[in-house]
Ligand binder design. Structure first.
Ligand code: 13P
Length: 267
């Protein structure tokens, strides 16, 4: 980073439609016990009915509360939807928008995703904007075009405020498949996204770019060591405290090493 300050890695768990009052309490307890002095930022994106419970469970800890979706509308006759203001009521710091499962199964378009990011920002919640290509798109050589189109909608709707978002690159073919993008494949796309952000804001460096898609304890360190990979969005492995803690430890170690190198450069 050119300002010689260090950006914290962000490790966010996406529980998807998993959990129960009992399981959530056990998972958060194990996370709190195992976290120690984690130097990276940690968040858990929980199903909406558990926001209140998890708000209590993470209170006073280093774990931030995240939601998995937010309505594009402010309030009103939108049965089943959850507004950004409601998320804020429960101390939600981050919200996923445009996860591929929302795009795929709920028909969310780039425009809807951009509107959701806007609602989150207006409520003071950081949107984690998810982008990523399908296997067919990758095989057709469209990876760059797809992720750029998805991010462009958010940039266009949010202008300078894009410096306040988080972007998660999640290749659809890597989600829940056990097939991870190689660190090189992921870095390549992250560099494209970084350049696109740099064209939109002078503060592109501060936008955390997360990788998601079968990230686990075994592959996290290599992915997180890439220059433009600032963290992870973790699905399956975030449901097991030991696995999630190992990913957090990998981020911590890389960050500690970077801090040492930065110190040596400054000295
Ligand atoms: P998995 O880690 O289970 O592949 O899920 C990734 C994801 O979709 C996180 O949002």
């Amino acid at each position: 980073m050119d300002d010689m300050t260090q950006k914290k890695k962000l490790i966010a768990g996406n529980w998807k439609m998993n959990g129960s009052l009992q399981a959530n309490a056990a998972l958060l307890q194990a996370l709190r016990d195992g976290l120690g002095e984690a130097a990276c930022t940690v968040a858990v994106a929980v199903p909406a009915p558990y926001l209140a419970q998890v708000q209590g469970l993470v209170a006073g800890s280093a774990v931030a509360l995240a939601a998995q979706d937010v309505s594009q509308h402010e309030s009103g006759a939108f049965t089943g939807e959850v507004s950004a203001a409601m998320l804020r009521d429960f101390g939600t710091r981050y919200v996923l928008v445009g996860h591929s499962e929302r795009r795929q199964y709920h028909g969310e378009t780039d425009a809807v995703v951009a509107a959701k990011a806007q609602r989150a920002l207006a409520a003071g919640i950081t949107p984690i904007v998810c982008v990523g290509e399908t296997l067919a798109e990758r095989e057709a050589g469209q990876t760059e075009a797809v992720v750029k189109r998805q991010l462009a909608a958010v940039v266009q709707a949010n202008g300078q405020c894009v410096s306040e978002i988080v972007v998660a690159y999640e290749p659809v073919w890597a989600i829940g498949t056990g097939r991870t993008a190689t660190p090189e494949q992921a870095q390549q796309v992250h560099a494209v996204l970084r350049a696109q952000l740099a064209a939109a804001t002078a503060r592109a460096d501060r936008v955390p770019l997360l990788y998601g898609g079968s990230m686990n304890a075994a592959n996290a360190a290599q992915l997180l060591a890439q220059p433009d990979i600032d963290g992870g969005l973790v699905g399956g492995a975030s449901l097991k405290a030991a696995d999630f803690l190992q990913i957090i430890a990998a981020a911590h170690a890389i960050q500690a090493q970077a801090a040492t190198e930065l110190g040596a450069e400054k000295a």
